[in-house]
Ligand binder design. Structure first.
Ligand code: PLP
Length: 429
């Protein structure tokens, strides 16, 4: 653990007095790695500097939001310019139209509706799917995380893994998960068995998944699995929903839909779409999206939804994210990870990556479904996290989280990280 200066200690104990656990989102407490979080004061490119003046190469990147790195100039300038004219109006502005057009151009979506967080996008998606299909059941997959929505927390990944009571959280009622079914990820037999029951299949409103899961480590869906979901949902008039809050505009210029060339009926984007500001959206085909109020009877609203400052940053970020950036991200990912992947072949550890997101597994074979995070693997992750931190490298602080490479990562920093990781894994064998 890094040296803890008095100011940092004081700030953290003040935070603990006035904010539960000192954090506004539980993963930030670094509980899984039993380390006191540093307090960032500046982000620049691929680094964060903390209150004590330590600088870290960042692979958490605000849990994937910062694909262009910290303080990217064009999104920041766009946000600043928008802000000069006021920060919110409660009316549709031009920037909302521009970014919606950009998303419609890149993806299968005819229409999008903006909200402020991924959680909000997914809660809109489940209501819209139910309203459109007039059916009730939501099918989701173990280890996927879709925000802190009552109906979707059971068997969820990310920090929800740590909650051992109730239906994924204390305070979630039995009735709010009565219409939720959670199946093993990538398990074709489980899906086929469920859809073979006419009483269930005829009442499924939405089959929802992360097409590239990033909340149980990085675990991509197999193409065959996605094709099966597409086939089964179509056959019974259920909707297929992709949660691309992480994978959207990360794993491919069009997100996972582009990577797999499979169109769902509905999709949620977040993180990258806000260019580092709070914005997310749900998108889909016109006939489904037009069920939303004011055209249809599915109610959804938000005072700060489609906020012009956030969307100015998001639009500028999307404009930066052209083919050449994805090529550079692929090169950087290979620079960091290819030799490590080779070295891991001879060890009981593995690595899984899709585009510029990756995670290590402390098992010989990278999992295809939700992994069992054994106490031994948790301990090894904790050891890795602490060692990296000591050497000036910041990994997302839990074994369930993905690590992210940004366009701002320098070759020098990637090579430095690579050496440390190779040394860590050499020392384990
Ligand atoms: N969906 C996925 C796949 C996520 O990873 C997250 C958050 O990490 C969410 C939804 C929820 O998004 P937010 O934290 O913006 O509410």
């Amino acid at each position: 653990m890094t040296q803890v200066c008095e100011h940092h200690q004081t700030l953290f104990s003040r935070a603990n007095k006035v904010i539960p656990g000192g954090v506004n989102s539980p993963i930030r407490a670094w509980k899984q790695v039993e380390t006191m979080p540093f307090v960032p004061i500046k982000g620049e490119g691929d680094t964060i500097t903390d209150l004590q003046g330590n600088t870290y190469i960042d692979y958490c990147m605000s849990f994937g939001a910062l694909i262009l790195g910290h303080a990217p100039q064009k999104p920041l300038q766009a946000a600043f310019a928008a802000m000069q004219n006021g920060s919110t109006y409660g009316l549709t502005t031009e920037i909302e139209v521009l970014i919606a057009e950009e998303i419609a151009k890149r993806t299968f979506c005819d229409q999008v509706r903006f909200v402020s967080s991924g959680t909000e996008a997914l809660s809109t998606m489940i209501r819209l799917a139910r309203g459109f299909t007039q059916k009730n059941l939501i099918v989701k997959f173990d280890g996927n995380y879709h925000g802190h929505i009552d109906a979707l927390l059971e068997d969820a990944g990310s920090y929800a893994e740590e909650i051992k009571t109730g239906k994924g959280s204390s305070g979630v009622t039995v009735s709010s998960v009565r219409d939720t079914i959670s199946l093993p990820y990538n398990d074709e037999a489980a899906v086929s068995a469920l859809f073979s029951r006419p009483d269930i299949a005829s009442n499924i409103a939405l089959v929802l998944l992360e097409p590239v899961a990033g909340n149980m480590g990085v675990v991509p869906a197999s193409r065959r699995f996605l094709e099966l979901l597409r086939e089964k949902t179509e056959a019974v008039g259920a909707l297929l929903g992709f949660d691309e809050v992480i994978s959207g505009f990360r794993v491919h210029p069009e997100g996972a839909c582009g990577l797999y060339q499979i169109d769902p009926d509905l999709v949620a984007y977040g993180k990258i779409v806000g260019g580092g500001f709070p914005a997310a959206c749900i998108g889909g085909r016109k006939e489904i999206m037009e069920s939303l109020a004011p055209l249809g009877n599915v109610f959804q609203a938000g005072t700060l939804s489609g906020n012009p400052v956030a969307l100015a940053a998001g639009f500028a970020a999307l404009q930066e994210l052209q083919e050449n950036v994805y090529q550079e991200l692929a090169r950087k990912t290979a620079l960091l990870l290819d030799p490590i992947e080779k070295a891991l072949e001879k060890t009981p550890h593995s690595l899984q990556k899709v585009g510029s997101m990756f995670s290590f597994f402390f098992y010989e074979k990278a999992p295809q479904t939700r992994p069992q995070f054994s106490p031994e693997s948790r301990a090894l992750f904790q050891k890795l996290f602490r060692m990296l931190l000591k050497e000036g490298v910041y990994f997302a602080p839990a074994i369930t989280e993905a690590q992210f490479i940004s366009a701002a990562h320098t070759d020098e920093h990637l090579l430095k990280t690579r050496e440390i990781l190779l040394r860590f894994f050499r020392d384990q064998s």
